[in-house]
Structure formats: C-alpha cells, structure tokens
Unconditional design. Structure first.
Length: 375
C-alpha cells in the first residue's frame, strides 16, 4: 500500500482498536464505530485486512454485555450488512448505486458477479453464519450469566426468608417467654399480696384483743397459720411447670370468708342466677376478686365495711367498693391494676376503677366485667 493509502489505513486501525477496546465497556459505541469503519473501508477502497476480525469481537461484546436495544441492533446488523453487500454488488448490476467506482470495489464486485446464483446465495449465508456465530456465542453466555445470577439471587432470597423465619420464630419464643414471666409475676403478686394483706389484717386485729381472752387470740393465730399455709399452697400451685393455669384455686365465697376471718367486715350481695364458669374464666374471676380484696385490705379503713357485689346479667360483673384514706389508692397504672386488666382482656373482659368523694370521704370502686360462657 502506497503513501496515499497510509492515511485511511491509519484511521481504520485506530477506529478498529477503539471498537475492540469499547466492546466491553460501551458495546453500543463499539458497534457504531465498527459499521463506521466498514463504511470508511468501502469508501476508501481499502482491502479486507486482519481488521475485519474486529467484527467478530464487537458482535460478541454487543450480544454479551450490551443493553437490550444494542443486542437487537447488533443482531439485525449482521443480516443487514450481508444484504447490503448482495444488493450493491449483485443487484447493483442492473441499478445505479452511488458506490465509488474504485479499483478494489470493482474487483470485489466482479468476483461476486462471476459466481452463479447458488454460489451467491451460499456466500451470503456463509457470511451470515461467520458474522452470526460470535453474536450467538455472546448471547448464549449472556443468558447463562443471567441464569446463574438469577439462581444466586434465588438462593440469597431463600436465605433471607430462612433468616426472617428464624428471627420471627426467635421473636415469638421471646414474646412467649416474656408473657410467661409476666403471667407468673402477676400470679405471684396476686397470691402473695392477698395472703400477706390477710395475715397483716389478722395480726393487727390481735392487738385489740383483751389480754385475758386467750381463746380469741389462739383463734387469730390459727387463722394466720391457715392463711400462711393456704398462701404457700397457692404459690406452689402457681410455680408448678404447667403451660397455663386451668384449675381454679378456690371459690369466690372462700375469698370473702378469708377476709372476714381477718377481722374486716365484708358486705356481700349477689344478683341474678349464678352460672358455672369454665376453668379459665373461673380462674380470672378468682384472681381479679382476690386483687380487689387485697387493695381493699391494704388501703381501706378498718372501721368501714367492704362492699362486694356480684351481678349475673348476661355477664358476670364483680364490684368491690370501700372507703380509703385520702391519697391511699391511685386509679392509675400499677402492678395490681395492670394485672387485673391483662387478665380480663385475655378473656374479652374489662376493668373500670373510680374514686369518688362522698360526704367528705374517699370511696374507691373497682368493677370487672367477665363474659359468661358455658362449660
């Protein structure tokens, strides 16, 4: 090649190098440079050189790393360029095309026209296969990589789901453990608090006995011992490793009798027809009344009775009312009140606490509603 051809040759070499270099980073730009290089080659009468290997490299890169539009354009370009060659060099014999009438173009055109129709079609198909093989290889590797990536993503998603399930299971176990601890704390609070309140009331009542009345003193001490034994039995019952408390610890009347034995007056009334309760509701009713009586013993005045009402009107309503010292009981949040609310809410019940000023005295009223269900 002479000096006059060194310029186009250098340009073709640079453009080819750029197209090959950009086939990974910018496949679309590499494809544009490739077809620009081929057009320049035809226009400048440059012979087919080793640079044509760049067609295979860029076709592979466009199919492997190009965007979806680039993949489509690169795939359409392969039959398109073969079709243009056939159109120009074969059909162009009968029609005019503005193809430069340069020496190399004439040689290539004459060589193509010297073949019969079958060979011309065969050459066109061979050209499509030669140019399409790298493109198909890139496309196959593209789908393979995407399938591997999809599998990796699926495995990662499955691991995330497994971790989420494990975390949810751990959270559930922790919540159950905390609920169990809270339930145990409420039970111990109710049992111990009530028993200590009864024992304290009995011990205080013993101070007002006559020194010579040993019989009443012995009876009081026996009541204290009985309350202590009952409390110990209840605590053991609460601490037994059972999933839930389903055996009623006692009757409501027994609770009232225990408070009376402590020397505190209890005025009890019952309206409606009592109904047998299932064990879980019986336990709730017992523990709630137990806590109500405990508060009455702890904060109530000893010279005023405790009024206990039970109403059976579609649901069991338990109301405990007593006179307290001013500021002795707060109707806000507390361990006892919170425990009663939680117990009642667990079975669909509710709790209401109020304090009233009546005739210069402070009255505290606790009311619990417990749904009645048959056994």
């Amino acid at each position: 090649m002479g000096a006059s051809g060194s310029g186009p040759f250098a340009v073709l070499a640079v453009v080819t190098a750029l197209a090959v270099g950009l086939s990974y980073r910018a496949p679309a730009l590499a494809l544009a440079l490739l077809w620009g290089m081929l057009a320049l080659q035809v226009m400048t009468d440059s012979q087919i050189l080793w640079a044509q290997l760049s067609v295979a490299v860029v076709a592979f890169g466009a199919a492997r790393w190009g965007s979806p539009p680039t993949v489509v354009l690169s795939g359409l370009s392969i039959p398109a360029v073969v079709g243009v060659i056939v159109l120009v060099f074969v059909v162009g014999e009968h029609f005019y095309f503005p193809l430069p009438d340069v020496r190399y173009n004439r040689v290539l055109r004459d060589a193509v026209r010297s073949l019969n129709d079958a060979w011309q079609v065969g050459v066109a198909l061979i050209g499509i296969v030669v140019l399409g093989a790298p493109w198909l290889a890139g496309l196959a590797l593209r789908f393979r990589a995407r399938a591997q990536q999809s599998k990796v993503s699926q495995l990662a998603a499955e691991e995330d789901v497994a971790r989420a399930q494990l975390a949810a299971e751990q959270s559930r176990e922790i919540a159950e453990l905390r609920e169990g601890q809270a339930r145990l704390a409420r039970d111990v609070h109710d049992v111990v608090g009530h028993s200590l309140a009864v024992i304290l009331a009995q011990a205080e009542s013993a101070q007002y006995l006559e020194d010579a009345d040993t019989q009443k003193l012995k009876q009081t001490m026996e009541n204290i011992a009985t309350s202590a034994r009952s409390s110990l039995q209840d605590v053991r019952h609460v601490l037994t490793p059972t999933p839930s408390e389903t055996t009623p610890p006692g009757s409501l009347d027994a609770l009232l009798a225990g408070v009376r034995e402590s020397g505190h007056e209890v005025v009890a009334s019952e309206v409606g027809n009592p109904q047998p309760l299932p064990p879980e509701l019986d336990v709730v009713a017992y523990r709630v009344l137990q806590e109500m009586l405990t508060n009455a013993l702890k904060h109530g005045r000893r010279d005023d009775p405790v009024f206990v009402e039970r109403h059976w009107e579609g649901e069991l309503r338990i109301e405990v009312r007593n006179v307290v010292e001013p500021g002795a009981v707060d109707a806000g949040p507390g361990n006892g009140l919170d425990g009663m609310r939680r117990r009642l809410e667990s079975v669909g019940g509710r709790l209401d606490v109020r304090r009233r000023e009546e005739d210069g005295r402070t009255t505290f009223t606790a009311t619990a509603w417990i749904p009645v269900r048959s056994r």
